[in-house]
Design a protein around this ligand. Structure first.
Ligand code: 2AM
Ligand code: CA
Ligand code: CA
Ligand code: CA
Length: 274
C-alpha cells in the first residue's frame, strides 16, 4: 500500500495532536486535580497520562485506521515494532511524569512515525516551556520553527552529559559504573527527567551527550530530531537481530559527532562489554 500523505503532512499532523495533548496536560495540572497512581513500586502515572494517550491515539486511529500504534499508556506492546508491513506510530503522552507530578516544567509529548522500522517524522512538544521540536527525515530539525544544530563539542572533558535511572532499582550497579566513568571524564551531569527532552537538548546544543536504557516511546521522535540536527545516534552495545535499530532502546548513545566514539568506548568499558 502506498501512502498518499507526505511526510511533511504527517509531521504537521503529529505537531497538531501533540499541541492538543499539551493543552490538556497543562490544564489538568493548573486545575490542580492530578490524581496519581502507581504502575509499579516507584513508577507514577497520572490520569493526565492516560487522557493524553487516548487523545493522541484516538486521533491517529481516526486519520490512519490501518496504521499500528505503540503507546506507553494504552498500547505498550513492544512487539508492534517488529511488524514492518504497516506504518507505526510511537507515542509517549507525557515523557517526564515524575516532573509533571512534582510541578517541574521539563515535560514532553513525544510522537514518532515510522515506515519499515525507520522513523520518518518526530515531534517533541514541551507545553510548559512553549517549545516544539520537529524532525522530518532528510529535511532537518527545528525548534519553534528555527533550524537547530548540535553543539559541535569536540572534547569529552568539556562535555555536558545527561542520563537517567530506571524506576526499578534491582540492578543499578552497571549504571553507577557508567556514571562514575562519565563524571570523571566529562564536564558535568544534568538529570533532566525526560529522555525525549534530553535528546532534543542534544539536538539543539544545550547538552553534548545523552545515554540511557529506555523504551521506544521515550526516544523514537527525539532521536530523529537529533539525527536531523547533525548529531550522531547509535548504541554502545550491539543491537540484536530482528528488532529495528531505530526503535531499540537499550544502551542508546546520542551526542555531538566528534565525541560519540570516545563516549562509546568509555561506556562500553565501564559496562564490561568487550
Ligand atoms: P516517563 O516519564 O514517560 O515514565 C528517562 O529517565 C525516561 O525514563 C523518562 O523519560 C521517564 O519516562 C522514564 N523513567 C524511567 N524511570 C524513571 C525515574 N526513576 N524517574 C523519572 N523518569 C523515569
Ligand atoms: Ca511512565
Ligand atoms: Ca517516557
Ligand atoms: Ca510517559
Amino acid at each position: 500500500m502506498t501512502n498518499p500523505t507526505s511526510v511533511t503532512e504527517i509531521t504537521d499532523f503529529a505537531e497538531t495532536i501533540a499541541r492538543e495533548a499539551g493543552e490538556l496536560i497543562v490544564r489538568e495540572r493548573e486545575q490542580n486535580t492530578l490524581r496519581t497512581d502507581y504502575k509499579a513500586q516507584t513508577e507514577l502515572v497520572t490520569h493526565a497520562d492516560v487522557l493524553a494517550d487516548q487523545l493522541i491515539t484516538d486521533a491517529i486511529r481516526k486519520r490512519f485506521p490501518g496504521h499500528r500504534i505503540l503507546s506507553e499508556e494504552t498500547m505498550p506492546d513492544l512487539s508492534q515494532a517488529e511488524h514492518l508491513d504497516t506504518p507505526l506510530w510511537i507515542v509517549d503522552p507525557i515523557d517526564g511524569t515524575v516532573n509533571y507530578a512534582y510541578g517541574h516544567p521539563q515535560v514532553g509529548v513525544s510522537i514518532a512515525y515510522a515506515e519499515m522500522g525507520r522513523v520518518q517524522a518526530g515531534v517533541v512538544h514541551a507545553p510548559f516551556a512553549g517549545e516544539t521540536f520537529r524532525g522530518t527525515r532528510g529535511d532537518g530539525a527545528t525548534l519553534n520553527g528555527k533550524v537547530i544544530q548540535h553543539s559541535g563539542a569536540t572534547e569529552l572533558r568539556q562535555s555536558l552529559f545527561a542520563t537517567g535511572f530506571p524506576y526499578t532499582k534491582d540492578n543499578l550497579e552497571p549504571l553507577v559504573k557508567r556514571l562514575d566513568a562519565m563524571i570523571h571524564q566529562c564536564r558535568d551531569l544534568r538529570r533532566i527527567g525526560s529522555a525525549a527532552l534530553d535528546i532534543c537538548w542534544v539536538a539543539c546544543g544545550r547538552l553534548d551527550i545523552y545515554y540511557e536504557n529506555v523504551s521506544p516511546w521515550d526516544f523514537a521522535a527525539a532521536r530523529l530530531i537529533a539525527l536531523e540536527a547533525g548529531a550522531t545516534a547509535g548504541h554502545f552495545s550491539d543491537v540484536p537481530d530482528g528488532y529495528p535499530a531505530d526503535l531499540w532502546g537499550r544502551d542508546i548513545l546520542i551526542s555531538a559527532p566528534d565525541i560519540w566514539q570516545g563516549a562509546r568506548e568509555l561506556l562500553r568499558s565501564a559496562s564490561g562489554y568487550a
